[in-house]
Design a protein around this ligand. Sequence first.
Ligand code: ADP
Ligand code: MG
Length: 372
Amino acid sequence: MASISIKNMNISYNKGKSYVLKDMNLEIKDGEFCVFLGPSGCGKSTAMYSVAGLLHPTQGEIYFGDTLMTAVNEKGKDKVFIPPQERNIAMVFQEYALYPNMTVRKNLSFALETKKAPKAEIEKRVTAMSKMLGLDELLDRKPAQLSGGQRQRVALGRALVRDPQVFLLDEPLGNLDAKLRDQVRYELKKIQTQLGITTVYVTHDQTEAMTMADHIVLLNGGNIMQEGTPDDLYNRPNCMFVASFVGTPQINMINCKVEKGPNGLLFVSPEMILDVPSDIEESVNNYVGREVVLGLRPSELLMVPDGKGQINGDVESVEPLGDGFIVYFNVNGKMIVSKIAGGNTKIGNKLSVNIEPGKMHVFDAQTEKRIN
Ligand code: ADP
Ligand code: MG
């Protein structure tokens, strides 16, 4: 097992004209489940491939534990470059290819046999891995006789049976349908925890990141926007991009001006006026007369009796979730989304909500950075 350190890593193409990753610094702890999250094209796979040794960075260093895997000199030439097959990594991609003519057992054991591991050891590892992944019954089948989810589990098993020090996955669940994705996600997380193997998992899907990660690295345009636990990113997004990318339905963003009212500070937008709560008054005080953006998460708007809330509007659309509703309501022309657990509402009703105390996210409208 190993920690992973990335130091001052740059990756650019066209002689430095287009940067894919800019001065990336990252510490992934030993045994951690780290997710590289971000929109398509932000550099997630590029970052992962450089950890794998499939890519040579333009600048920077990568360590596994204390061992230097990649180091580039000032001229952009390799000082150190351990090839992928010597990094003791395992990789799983969306387009995983099992060996079609081999049984599940053979698919699992093949890499160990190539490495000339002792027979008893191979047997032991294959048995343990197939038990862990629920593949015992399937060992004599060929890939064509398996469902998509079973095949994906074989792909995971085949990668993990080699006991790698680092496990790298690039959008591995993309081909599975929603139900299977939930199931494999759960199993993957369970196995990763049991094995305690340092894992880097690439996805554009914030739900996958939120449910599996110990550590999320949210990238955009080759920059790390924020890293931290799922809780950090959800509850303390450091900028508007992070606030919008994490959480579903998306956070409501309301452009306001901070004004002094008779009883304290106010957020004033064309559609609504809200009191600035006392716990954030101090940070908002610097913004009197200036524009801010107020972020309100749909699940942090709590339904209250009609007309009694801080925000009041007319319900325009209701999406039942089974255990609640997503309600779109019109507040003087601004559409606000709320996720309501209990209660009942329908199109044409009035809706009143209060903002859960301590849950206002306030951003500088110019810099888009968090201010509270
Ligand atoms: P992600 O995995 O986040 O979707 P990638 O890491 O695959 O994104 O790619 C990041 C960016 O780098 C993209 O804009 C892509 O077009 C660019 N890129 C990747 N490989 C090359 C290359 N060989 N030459 C030039 N640009 C590249
Ligand atoms: Mg990718």
